[in-house]
Write a protein that binds this ligand. Structure first.
Ligand SMILES: C[S@@+](CC[C@H](N)C(=O)[O-])C[C@H]1O[C@@H](n2cnc3c(N)ncnc32)[C@H](O)[C@@H]1O
Length: 396
């Protein structure tokens, strides 16, 4: 659906919030950038709201609505649905369909909604600005109805030193340090799948990863698709991805060279550095890339908590087996057996088979601990997310 006619005029004063973690100063230019970005992403999705097979949702929550562009599109696409757009800043003054409502709130505060209120919750490029983003995801899950969809799209600050010039590397260092000092995850996009999986809240999780260069090609083609981190084909030109990549290039350049928050400027992102970085972005010797992740996850059908509680009464010893994903799954359990392999071992070779299984388990644990740079159980206790990030992604 082409919503561009609804996305004008943009007549706004968007005050922003000095205390916020949002890195871009909120100005009319920033709102135009967000609208253009929305239109580019929508073109890539061939007019769809998401890659999820949404089935006539009745209640849709758009967290971090920005200019309201996605909320407008959702409201037009589902005229019978109620679309609630929320953001810490007011929406710009523009046309909104009557089924869009707005609430101004800080997503870091307790949510004012009942559990299981929404069929769809959408967050696009919001977690990249939020401290402890995994917490926000976990807090959003109870708001979904059973079978509801959580749609998240986000990006990742790239660390490919061989492909970057000095200004790009400096920019990434400053941005990363600035974000981490505020507990924001510069690589949230690449961590999404793991966070969604380890939440234990979903029956289906889908991730579509797109990677493209941000440098114009010398032959006049403005972008080209890289394929993926492990399978880079620099000659591959994918027509479907070009509008998205062009949009993202304009968006990244626009965001970084025009409208930075005072905090990021104070952290070292000087106008000189921005100019040098922009020059590198047009220089074919360098090849900075951008990752973009589309994720869509369907909540479990059951509303019954998978987390055991009865052991808290002290009268039952609770055992939690099968499908243990995170420490929070077994929270409250006295034991967390992982029994099935040992039963197989027992059935095949009796006691010896079971001992083999246990030895394998201990060896695996030691190897994984070693790979993540930890020497003892004490060092990993309670650091689940951090450790899996190290294993999944590696350090820059
Ligand atoms: C990059 S914009 C993306 C806007 C929109 N989702 C889109 O894709 O066009 C991030 C938005 O998140 C909002 N935001 C950031 N932190 C927030 C918070 N703690 N509470 C509510 N909104 C927040 C910002 O105000 C901004 O509108």
């Amino acid at each position: 659906m082409d919503t561009s006619e609804f996305l004008r005029p943009l007549d706004c004063k968007h005050p922003g919030d000095e205390k916020s973690s949002y890195m871009f100063a909120v100005s009319e230019q920033e709102l135009k950038r967000l609208d253009e970005q929305h239109n580019g992403i929508t073109r890539y999705l061939e007019g769809k709201l998401s890659l999820a097979p949404l089935d006539k949702p009745r209640k849709i929550l758009e967290m971090g609505a920005g200019t309201g562009a996605w909320a407008i599109q959702a409201a037009l696409q589902y005229p019978d649905a109620e679309v609630l757009a929320v953001d810490m800043s007011p929406l710009p003054s523009r046309y909104f369909p009557s089924n869009v409502k707005f609430e101004q709130l800080d997503l870091l505060n307790e949510f004012p909604w009942e559990k299981e209120s929404f069929d769809v919750i959408h967050l696009r490029l919001v977690l990249y600005h939020i401290p402890h983003p995994a917490d926000l995801i976990r807090r959003a899950i109870p708001l979904l109805k059973p079978h509801g969809w959580l749609l998240i799209e986000d990006t990742c600050l790239m660390f490919f030193p061989h492909a970057s010039g000095p200004a790009q590397r400096k920019r990434n260092e400053i941005t990363s340090a600035y974000m981490e000092s505020r507990d924001i995850d510069p690589r949230i996009g690449s961590h999404l799948e793991h966070i969604l999986q380890s939440s234990g809240g979903f029956s289906d999780i889908f991730v579509h990863k797109v990677e493209f260069t941000l440098t114009p090609l010398p032959d006049g083609k403005s972008v080209h698709l890289l394929g993926s981190c492990t399978n880079i084909d620099r000659n591959l030109i994918d027509p479907a991805i070009r509008p998205l990549a062009e949009t993202m290039r304009n968006s990244v350049v626009g965001a970084t060279t025009r409208s930075l928050s005072d905090g990021l400027v104070a952290a070292g992102m000087t106008p000189e550095l921005q100019i040098a970085w922009k020059e590198e972005m047009d220089d074919p010797r360098y090849d900075p890339t951008q990752l973009f992740f589309f994720t869509w996850s369907r909540k479990h059908a059951s509303t019954v908590s998978t987390r055991p509680t009865s052991s808290k009464s002290g009268r039952l010893i609770e055992l939690f087996d099968s499908g243990l994903r995170t420490e929070s799954d077994s929270d409250g359990s006295a034991w967390s057996p992982s029994g099935t392999p040992y039963l197989y071992g027992l059935a095949i070779s009796g006691e010896q088979g079971m001992e083999e299984d246990l030895r394998g388990f201990l060896a695996d644990t030691e190897i994984m601990m070693g790979l993540s740079g930890h020497r003892s159980i004490e060092e990993i206790w309670g650091n689940y997310d951090e450790i899996l990030y190290k294993l999944d992604v590696g350090q820059p």
